[in-house]
Design a protein around this ligand. Structure first.
Ligand SMILES: NC(=O)c1ccc[n+]([C@@H]2O[C@H](COP(=O)([O-])OP(=O)(O)OC[C@H]3O[C@@H](n4cnc5c(N)ncnc54)[C@H](OP(=O)(O)O)[C@@H]3O)[C@@H](O)[C@H]2O)c1
Length: 354
């Protein structure tokens, strides 16, 4: 199959690699040609880099893997979407609402399906999902869905059909189905609960599977976290800064952010006076989001309170009976940290522990 991949970032490069490995022809496109060209060179035969217009012109299927604010621009750069199967992988956070319905209304010549938005790119790239295959949700145009379901299988996942275009909201960020690693049976049961409107039961089931996901990184972190609390505050703060924006934006600024926050030494961050906090809010080296900057200082104060009470981060984590209780306590204590934030914190910190 000829697949155009709009966006050569985390999602585009991951799915491009997976589809290419199984024999599809992939063409990457972004505004800057460097990354698509590098990916095409890495993959070799059957992998190409092109402009958005050329990539779409030669494609049967188009994966939209650009940030939500760029979706309309990217699609308008194509000459025509006529007859293409379009896969919308974008996640709208907060105010920016681009729904599958609005895309289907704006570009009615194409066949729209939403998929690949519900799991993190790091999970998509992780070979562990092959046995058993984790579930990837899809919804949208009835004729296009079988094509996308096969591409989900080709990427190593199990497709779970949520219904038509308007059902795509079921796979929105922060829904019970989003960022939830499920087997087929779990997904089937959870979808039935979500569709029956039993939100409480769905939230409870979702929580149970999320706790299972968190168990291994939590236990590794609890048993092997470095003694220096700066390690914890740095991972916590990174998770805060990554909320709702691309990790690459955060990655590009991380050295500046680390410097502005004293290498994440909790005592020094907690002691930052208002003048210094105001200076950081205007510092071009950091992501100038006041709420995230203030949350970082507040969180450092909370880390000091934890150290006072438990002696160490490991002592604090060991005081929770399991990952679910620890996650709930962290969400309560720390600013700007939701379910996904805890998951990001524990998985990235445990990855960084030898
Ligand atoms: N990251 C995840 O784990 C994950 C998981 C599921 C879904 N998603 C969703 O998938 C989408 C992509 O996420 P990502 O993490 O892969 O983002 P990313 O790493 O920031 O990559 C975004 C890509 O989009 C390109 N782009 C931006 N504006 C463009 C435009 N107008 N035309 C063409 N290309 C454009 C960027 O390159 P240039 O700047 O050079 O154009 C870049 O290659 C987002 O909507 C996100 O919500 C992300």
């Amino acid at each position: 199959m000829q697949i155009a991949i709009l966006g050569a970032g985390r999602v585009g490069s991951t799915l491009g690699r997976l589809w290419h490995a199984i024999g599809h022809d992939v063409t990457f496109a972004a505004r800057d040609a460097a990354r698509p060209q590098a990916l095409a060179a890495e993959l070799g035969e059957r992998a190409h880099a092109a402009s958005v217009a050329d990539a779409v012109a030669g494609a049967e299927v188009v994966l939209v893997a650009v940030p939500v604010p760029a979706v309309t621009d990217a699609l308008q750069a194509a000459d025509s979407l006529d007859g293409r199967v379009m896969i919308d992988a974008a996640n709208a956070f907060g105010q920016q609402q681009v729904t599958l319905r609005s895309l289907a209304d704006a570009f009615p010549q194409a066949r729209w399906v939403r998929a690949f938005n519900s799991l993190s790119a790091s999970i998509m790239a992780d070979d562990n999902h092959h046995e058993p295959p984790w579930v990837m949700f899809l919804s949208g145009d009835e004729e296009a869905k079988p094509v996308v379901a096969q591409l989900i299988r080709d990427a190593g996942f199990d497709p779970a059909d949520l219904g038509g275009i308007d059902d795509s909201r079921l796979q929105d960020p922060d829904s019970a189905l989003w960022l939830n690693i499920l087997t087929h049976d779990e997904a089937t049961a959870l979808v039935a609960q979500v569709k029956s409107g039993d939100t409480d039961a769905a939230e409870q089931s979702a929580l149970r599977t999320r706790v299972r996901e968190l168990a291994a990184p939590f236990e590794k972190f609890r048993d092997h976290a470095p003694a220096d609390p700066a390690f914890f505050l740095e991972h916590l703060s990174r998770s805060v800064f990554e909320a709702g924006i691309s990790w690459r934006v955060v990655e590009a600024k991380w050295d500046g952010i680390r410097e502005a926050f004293h290498g994440f030494d909790p005592a020094q961050v907690a002691a930052m006076p208002p003048t210094e906090i105001a200076a950081v809010e205007n510092d071009r080296r950091v992501i100038r989001n006041k709420a995230k900057i203030r949350a970082t200082v507040q969180n450092a104060r909370e880390v000091l309170a934890i150290l006072d009470e438990y002696g160490s981060i490991r002592g604090y984590l060991a005081s929770s009976p399991d990952a679910g209780a620890a996650a709930a306590d962290m969400r309560r204590r720390f600013k700007f940290l939701g379910d996904t934030g805890v998951w990001r914190l524990l998985t990235s910190a445990s990855r960084d522990i030898e």
